[in-house]
Write a new protein. Structure first.
Length: 206
């Protein structure tokens, strides 16, 4: 693709690094920004600079936060004895939108995937074990995508936690195998959380 300006090419090259954005879409976005008021474009760009420079991660559950502790972890009405284990903030947000879950979260930061070079040590698994070992945890819910990577991570966590004195649950399998939880509708996801089953039962159904 030939560009009339190196500045336009640079912008397109950067925009096309975003997921799902090809060169043509990136060009359309770049030209759209050129039509906007300069002050608005600067505000648009500054928001991402602020995001990178100022974002925090909750010291308790490891989700993205403006502060040292996120709004969920500081909420006195949340049940701190129930931990919902999720892959990333997208899944956490999807579950929060169901309004069906009143516990807290633990964000792993990914899923075990040997093909992608992601091992257990690359995730926040030891932090989860440490949190449980401190006591006061009654239940851990596995809320990971029903993909091979998600199932692998679930099974690894189960092996690490099965000797602990806690209840280990998994979201109900009303969600189709292979689905990413962030794309699941709120009603289905809410029902899956509310109808969770002991994880050992979910192993038997495979």
């Amino acid at each position: 693709m030939e560009f009339p300006s190196q500045l336009v090419k640079n912008a397109v090259d950067q925009l096309s690094t975003l997921p799902g954005v090809g060169k043509r879409s990136a060009l359309r976005l770049a030209l759209h920004l050129l039509k906007k008021d300069k002050e608005k474009v600067e505000k648009f760009g500054q928001s991402f600079i602020d995001l990178i420079n100022n974002i925090n991660y909750c010291k308790e559950c490891f989700t993205i936060s403006d502060y040292d502790l996120c709004q969920v972890c500081t909420n006195p009405n949340r049940d701190k004895g129930i931990i919902c284990v999720v892959e990333d903030i997208r899944t956490m947000m999807a579950i929060e939108n169901t309004l069906q879950y009143k516990g807290v979260y633990h964000v792993l930061g990914g899923l075990i995937s040997p093909l992608d070079g992601i091992a257990p040590d690359d995730l926040k698994i030891e932090e989860l074990i440490s949190k449980i070992d401190k006591g006061n945890i009654s239940e851990v819910i596995f809320a990971l995508s029903t993909t091979m990577e998600g199932d692998t991570t679930n099974f690894y966590l189960f092996k690490r936690l099965k000797e602990k004195s806690i209840k280990i649950s998994s979201i109900a399998r009303g969600i189709a195998i292979g689905d990413e939880l962030e794309y699941t509708d709120e009603v289905t996801l809410g029902t899956a959380i509310s109808s969770r089953l002991p994880y050992s039962d979910s192993i038997k159904t495979h």
